[in-house]
Design a protein around this ligand. Structure first.
Ligand SMILES: *Cc1c(COP(=O)(O)O)cnc(C)c1O
Ligand SMILES: [Zn+2]
Length: 481
C-alpha cells in the first residue's frame, strides 16, 4: 500500500430511510425521506466488499496512513473507506479537523472520581468543537456536487446552538464561491465567543427569538420550500464525518476497546448517532472484536433521550420536552432531530453487546458546572458539555454501573474558552436563578489589582518597578533568598 496515494476504492453511497426503508441515490442533496419525511442515514452499497480484507488489513492500513503526506487523508479522511468513499481527492476540504488528542485525567482528578479516565479534546478542532468533523465531510460532498453539476450559487443554512454555525461559517469561508453561509441563531442563547465565530468568518448571521428548537423548524421549512443546502445534522453527510471520532478512539487504544466506556453529551443526538455507527462499522469489518459501552449524558433541563431510555423497553414512548436554561447550552435541545437514528442504532448496538452497552445518564446543572470547573482546575480544557460527561461518569460510578476494570473516555466536545461566560458566573456567583447553580465559593478565582492605576504614571520606570514588586512581595508573603 502506498500511504501517500489517494485511495483507489470507490463505493456507492445511498440514503436509506429509517422508517420506510426506501433508498435514494446520493447524487441528490436529501435531508429527509421524500416519501415519508423520516430521517435518513447514508450507506455504502458495496460495504460488504470491504470484508474481503480482514480486520488486521484495515488496522494496518489506518495505522500506516497516520504518516501520510496526502493532505486530504491527514484528518478524518484517514478512514476514507469507512466514511464517504465516493469523494475524489480534489473534493476533500481539510482544515486540520480530527485526530484530536486523548488526554488521561490528571492523577488528582482520577482519584477524586475513583476511576481512571481520559478526555478526548474535540475542542482542539479548527473551530474549537467536534462539529468540524461533520462539516469537513458535508462541505467535501457539497464541493463534489458543485464540480459535477456546475452550480453557480449554493446558499448553506443551519440553525445552531453556536458551534454548528461556527463550523459551517468557517468551512464555507474557506471553500468560497459558489458557497455562501447563512446561520440562524436563537437570540441570546449562544455565547459571545460562539457568536464572534460566524461573524469573523463573514457569514450572514440572523437571529430569531426563541430557542434552538424554534430555529430548527424555520431552517427545515426553508430547506423544504427553497433552494438552500441544510447543514444541520439532519444532513447525513455530517453524521458520516462525525463517525471519525469512534475510529480515532479505537485506533488510539490499539483497536482494543474491550474495557472502554465512552461518555457523550446528547443534544440533537447527531454525535451519539455517529459514534455508535462508527463502532458498528468497525465491528462489522473485524477491525474491533467487541463494542465499547456508550453512555449518553443529558442535563435534567433538556433530557428527552434520558426519559425515553429510563423506562423498561416495553413501556418506552418518545416525547419531546420543553427545555429550561442549561449551562450545557450546546446540548439544550428538547426535540432532537436524530432521535430515530439513535433508537435504530441503539437497538442494533445492544443486540450485539447487551442492554448495558447503551445507556443514558441524567445530570443536574450544578453537577455539570462543578465538574467543568474541577476538570479545568486539574489541567483540562473542558467546556460545559465536557463537564456534563464527567458528571455523567460520576453518576454512573455512584450507581455502580461502571466496573472496576473499565476505563472511560469523555468527550470534551468544545473548547473551554467558548463557554468562559459560565465560568465567570460561577466565580462571581451571578447565575440567573433559572439555572439553579450555586457556586462553591472556595473555587472562586478572580484577578486582584495590586496598585491604584494612577501609580503607573506617577512614577518613573525604576521607582514603579520597585513599588510594584514590593506590592507583589507583600501579597505573596515572599521570603528573601
Ligand atoms: C453540538 C454540540 C453538542 C451536542 O451534540 P449533538 O450531536 O447535537 O447531540 C454537545 N456539545 C457541543 C460543544 C456541541 O457543539
Ligand atoms: Zn421513508
Amino acid at each position: 500500500m502506498d500511504i501517500h496515494a489517494f485511495p483507489l476504492y470507490r463505493g456507492q453511497m445511498e440514503y436509506v430511510c429509517l422508517a420506510c426503508g426506501t433508498r435514494y441515490c446520493a447524487d441528490d442533496l436529501l435531508y429527509t425521506c421524500p416519501g415519508c419525511a423520516s430521517v435518513l442515514l447514508l450507506e455504502d452499497v458495496h460495504f460488504d466488499t470491504l470484508k474481503t480484507h480482514d480486520g488486521a488489513y484495515w488496522r494496518t492500513l489506518f495505522d500506516t496512513r497516520a504518516a501520510t503526506r496526502c493532505t486530504p487523508l491527514r484528518g478524518i479522511f484517514r478512514y476514507y473507506e469507512l466514511l464517504a468513499p465516493i469523494l475524489e481527492e480534489q473534493d476533500i476540504v481539510y482544515l486540520g479537523e480530527g485526530i484530536t488528542p486523548i488526554i488521561a485525567a490528571s492523577d488528582e482528578l482520577s482519584a477524586s472520581v475513583g476511576i481512571p479516565f481520559a478526555y478526548k479534546n474535540d475542542g482542539q478542532n479548527p473551530s474549537a468543537s467536534f462539529k468540524d468533523r461533520g462539516m469537513a465531510c458535508a462541505f467535501s460532498y457539497l464541493k463534489s456536487l458543485v464540480r459535477k453539476f456546475g452550480w453557480d450559487e449554493v446558499l448553506t443554512v443551519c440553525a445552531s446552538t453556536g458551534d454548528t454555525s461556527a463550523a459551517a461559517a468557517l468551512y464555507a469561508a474557506y471553500v468560497g464561491a459558489p458557497l455562501k453561509s447563512v446561520v440562524l441563531l436563537p437570540h441570546g442563547k449562544v455565547t459571545p465567543q460562539q457568536l464572534s465565530q460566524p461573524l469573523g468568518s463573514g457569514a450572514t448571521v440572523l437571529e430569531l427569538p426563541g430557542v434552538f428548537d424554534d430555529c430548527m423548524k424555520v431552517v427545515e421549512h426553508l430547506a423544504e420550500h427553497y433552494r438552500v443546502a441544510l447543514l444541520n445534522s439532519k444532513n447525513s453527510w455530517r453524521i458520516l464525518g462525525q463517525e471519525s471520532y469512534a475510529y480515532e478512539v479505537a485506533q488510539w487504544y490499539a483497536w482494543d476497546v474491550r474495557n472502554l466506556c465512552l461518555f457523550v453529551p446528547i443534544g440533537n443526538a447527531g454525535n451519539v448517532t455517529a459514534i455508535m455507527s462508527g463502532f458498528l462499522k468497525m465491528y462489522a469489518l473485524g477491525i474491533i472484536d467487541t463494542l465499547p459501552r456508550i453512555f449518553g449524558v443529558q442535563s435534567e433541563h433538556a433530557d428527552p433521550v434520558y426519559r425515553y431510555y429510563a423506562v423498561p423497553k416495553e413501556g418506552r414512548q418518545w416525547a419531546p420536552v420543553k427545555v429550561s436554561p442549561s449551562v450545557a447550552q450546546a446540548a439544550m435541545i428538547g426535540n432532537p432531530v436524530s432521535f430515530p437514528r439513535v433508537a435504530r442504532l441503539a437497538e442494533k448496538y445492544t443486540a450485539i453487546a447487551g442492554e448495558q452497552a447503551f445507556q443514558v445518564m441524567q445530570v443536574t446543572e450544578q453537577q455539570i458546572m462543578d465538574s467543568m470547573i474541577l476538570a479545568n482546575r486539574k489541567g483540562h480544557i473542558a467546556c460545559t458539555q465536557g463537564g456534563e460527561c464527567l458528571a455523567g461518569l460520576r453518576n454512573a460510578k455512584a450507581l455502580g454501573i461502571i466496573g472496576k476494570d473499565e476505563y472511560a473516555v469523555l468527550d470534551a466536545t468544545a473548547h473551554a474558552l467558548k463557554f468562559s461566560g459560565f465560568q465567570d458566573m460561577y466565580f462571581s456567583n451571578t447565575f440567573p436563578p433559572e439555572y439553579g447553580v450555586l457556586p462553591d465559593s472556595r473555587l472562586a478565582n478572580r484577578p486582584e489589582l495590586l496598585l491604584d492605576v494612577s501609580r503607573r504614571s506617577a512614577l518613573d520606570d525604576a521607582a514603579y518597578t520597585v513599588e510594584a514588586a514590593t506590592a507583589v512581595v507583600k501579597h505573596l508573603g515572599l521570603q528573601k533568598k
